[in-house]
Design a binder for this molecule. Structure first.
Ligand code: 3HC
Ligand code: NAI
Length: 683
């Protein structure tokens, strides 16, 4: 049973207990329906309070059921039953009142809330729209504008805003259940107000809807659900209640079965699984109450800001006093930027900065719990830093390197306690990007890995376990992307055609635009280092551009030309000539957006499969998380590997064989060929 009932005089308290988030499973829907019948049949009951056990009200439909056919009782019927019950129902809500949870609350006669409650219709984030009256009842209760905002954005509003727009009737400061019972007592004997479904829908003119459509379209990019949610709210203002409910439900069922919904659901569960991998179940993490960062450049300053945002005191170590001052001003610039964007108050920014102590003396680290090194990408420099850290820090302190491409086994070779050393690979800007690759060495203890995962959760990041190889998971795939795009240039594609194809695919930026923005020098430095290590790196055109000093926007030219002060990429004759010179006779290839995207993404999938095969990544879903949160891969495609599965792995293999036979890509990896046999990366 997910529902129990207790009584306080004539008030029945119907209490839901369906951990972890009281999601509306089939069982809960049935139990609620039974409760309505029971309450109506009980002559002693005059009013009903509906409340939830645990940390939240109902957080929505049970997403786990979305992969299967819908089963009765259906949620719209449960909401209607509550709405038309003979006795008034008082929804007493706290925590998260989301999706189907909000729809249940809209079925209640009154809604009263605890402070700091979140209300929203997040369905669009799962590629669907509300399916139990959210888009139909909400405009009738809070007006069209507010309903459009909630239904199309998936954003949440707090208790104060909910009260202001008329979503809730009262706020209870003390004990919610007691307050709800008192409220229910106060309405006994009053006539039951008209249910929301019987109210007239407010009207809006055509201008309103066309403006709303262009605004939703531009924010949604290629996601379909937000526009369908808008259409459903609009329809709810134009037809009667029953017809609006039918339209909403059929849109919901249609989208529930769509590829985008499957992809977004996959990401929902992958994001929740990643921070707590089964490999770490029951493994204790060390408590991290203080931290230090060595190196206050681009990455170090971002990591300091992330640690401060999580409330940890931080020591920042630099080479000399001048560099320490520069490091601190890098951190200050991050907090100032947050104040300018309205994300932080000036007082909080000052407080965050005050919690950073700079030093050039490792003696300041005798009592820190964790140190993250972010100095130059140079093995000798990093090893020297860890030798000093080994001498200065407590034996149980966790020591981490933020290296991008060097081998953490070598960096940590001389540390005093190898079990407490590991890689923590942040992404730039480190205080913004959610991804954190956790890279154990051959000697890292499982407790230190668990501590890395716990740190990620503390920082609000999504951690992914990554093995050691050149570039770990993300940058190793990026190398394939880069080499592949250059191959395509040599066979007739242009930088602007490739960028357009990748934007059309759903990436926020094309690969060449992105390189021009970030600067070509960083990758050139990494290629040099890789070649020094004896590796072959294919980048004939990028190499030539760097030779010419074309490092991107900062030098007014890279893959594109730029007019001074203007970031608009313009196709460059210089680049066209370089490509023609290197390509010889191969420039005749014919490409369109789709074939270009395939020729770039499929080799990445193949590399992802090799990474899985080598156990550099533990799960295909982890690679999806890396691509989405580190490189802007579209969520609605479910991430790189999920996308491969949705295309069909046999098709990916076949296409790669065609491309490789023409010298346009590497052959499909063995891991990919094996996975294609079962058309799945999960065996
Ligand atoms: N269905 C099934 N499981 C859910 C769930 C849901 N709607 N929401 C959360 N969970 C599970 C998570 O998978 C996780 O399980 P795990 O512990 O086994 O990994 C557990 O609950 C806790 O979730 P979080 O780690 O996300 O906990 P937080 O406290 O950080 O966040 C939350 C809680 C804000 C409720 C967040 O989980 C959330 O946003 N959930 C999704 C809410 C949602 O999208 N609701 C709409 C569903 S669609 C719908 O209602 C359709 C209707 O209109 C017909
Ligand atoms: P950076 O050049 O901006 O900063 C390096 C900082 O380290 C400088 O402030 C320098 O003064 C300091 N430093 C150098 N030697 C030191 C020493 N012995 N002791 C103390 N401080 C010292 O470099 P960036 O970009 O911040 O990179 C740092 C590390 O992070 C590198 O290993 C890099 O590969 C890695 N990384 C970089 C990413 C990026 O996008 N820039 C992304 C992820 C990792």
């Amino acid at each position: 049973m997910t529902v129990t009932t207790s009584y306080q005089g004539p008030i029945a308290v119907v209490s839901i207990d369906n951990p972890p988030v009281n999601a509306l499973s089939k069982q809960l829907r049935q139990d609620l329906l039974d409760a309505v019948v029971r309450m109506d049949a009980d002559p002693a009951v005059e009013a009903v309070v509906l409340s939830c056990e645990g940390r939240t009200f109902i957080a929505g439909a049970d997403v786990k059921e979305f992969g299967k056919p819908p089963e009765a009782p259906h949620l719209p019927d449960v909401v209607t039953a509550i709405e038309h019950a003979e006795k008034p129902w008082v929804g007493a809500v706290h925590g998260n009142v989301l999706g189907g949870g909000l729809e249940i609350a809209l079925g209640c006669t009154y809604r009263i809330a605890a402070p700091k409650t979140n209300f929203g219709l997040p369905e669009v984030k799962l590629g669907i729209i509300p399916g139990a009256g959210g888009t139909v009842r909400l405009p009738r209760l809070i007006g069209v504008e507010a309903a459009v905002d909630l239904a199309t954005s998936g954003a949440v509003i707090g208790t104060e805003k909910a009260k202001a727009v008329g979503l809730i009737d009262a706020v209870v400061e003390g004990d919610l259940r007691e307050g709800a019972v008192a409220f229910a007592q106060s309405i006994i004997g009053l006539p039951k107000p008209q249910p929301i479904s019987l109210r007239a829908a407010p009207q809006k003119d055509g201008d309103f809807w066309s403006q709303a459509e262009s605004s939703v379209r531009s924010k949604a990019k290629r996601e379909v659900a937000p526009l369908r949610a808008l259409a459903s709210v609009r329809n709810a203002t134009e037809v009667d209640f029953e017809a609006a409910m039918t339209f909403e439900r059929s849109t919901f069922l249609d989208l529930r079965a769509s590829d985008q919904a499957a992809a977004l659901r996959h990401v929902f569960f992958a994001e929740r699984a990643a921070p707590r991998p089964p490999e770490l179940q029951g493994v204790p993490a060390a408590e991290i109450l203080s931290a230090a960062v060595v190196g206050g450049g681009t990455m170090g300053a971002g990591i300091v800001a992330a640690l401060r945002d999580a409330g940890l005191p931080v020591v920042l170590i630099e080479r000399d006093a001048e560099a320490a001052e520069r490091g601190l001003s890098n951190v200050r610039a991050i907090f100032d930027g947050a104040v300018k964007r309205g994300r932080l108050t000036a007082e909080l920014a000052a407080d965050r900065l005050a919690g950073v102590q700079t030093s050039t003396d490792y003696g300041a680290l005798t009592d820190v719990d964790l140190v993250i090194e972010a100095v130059f990408e140079d093995l000798a420099v990093k090893q020297a830093v860890f030798a000093k850290l080994s001498g200065a820090c407590r034996a149980d302190a966790v020591l981490a390197t933020n290296t991008s491409y060097l081998d953490p086994n070598q960096i940590g070779a001389g540390v005093k306690v190898p079990a407490r050393f590991l890689g923590l690979h942040f992404f730039s800007p480190a205080n913004v990007m959610k991804l954190l690759e956790i890279v154990p060495t051959a000697t890292t203890s499982v407790e230190a890995v668990a501590t890395g995962f716990a740190l990620a959760r503390l920082l609000g990041k999504i951690p992914v376990w990554a093995g050691i190889c050149d570039g770990f998971i993300g940058n190793r795939i990026l190398k394939v992307t880069r080499a592949q795009t250059e191959r395509l240039l040599l066979s007739g594609a242009t930088p602007s055609a490739i960028d357009a194809a990748m934007r059309q695919f759903g990436m926020p930026m094309g690969p060449f635009e992105a390189q021009d923005l970030g600067g070509l020098d960083i990758a050139a430095f990494q290629r040099r280092a890789a070649r020094d290590r004896g590796e072959a790196v294919f980048a004939p055109i990028a190499d030539k551009l760097c030779e010419l000093g074309r490092f991107g926007q900062k030098t007014s030219g890279g893959w594109y030309d730029y007019a001074p002060g203007d970031r608009t990429p313009r196709p460059s004759d210089v680049v066209t000539k370089i490509i023609a010179g290197k390509a010889g006779d191969h420039l005749a290839g014919e490409w369109d957006n789709e074939s270009l995207a395939e020729a770039i993404i499929f080799p990445m999938i193949s590399e992802g499969a090799a990474i899985l095969d080598e156990k550099v990544a533990l799960r295909a879903a982890d690679i999806d998380i890396v691509e989405i949160h580190g490189y802007g891969f579209p969520r609605w495609r479910g991430g790189l590997m999920h996308y491969g599965e949705s295309v069909g792995l046999s098709k990916v293999v076949e296409r790669l064989r065609q491309l490789s036979s023409k010298g346009l890509s590497a052959a499909p990896s063995q891991g990919l060929v094996r996975a294609a046999a079962s058309d799945s990366f999960d065996g």
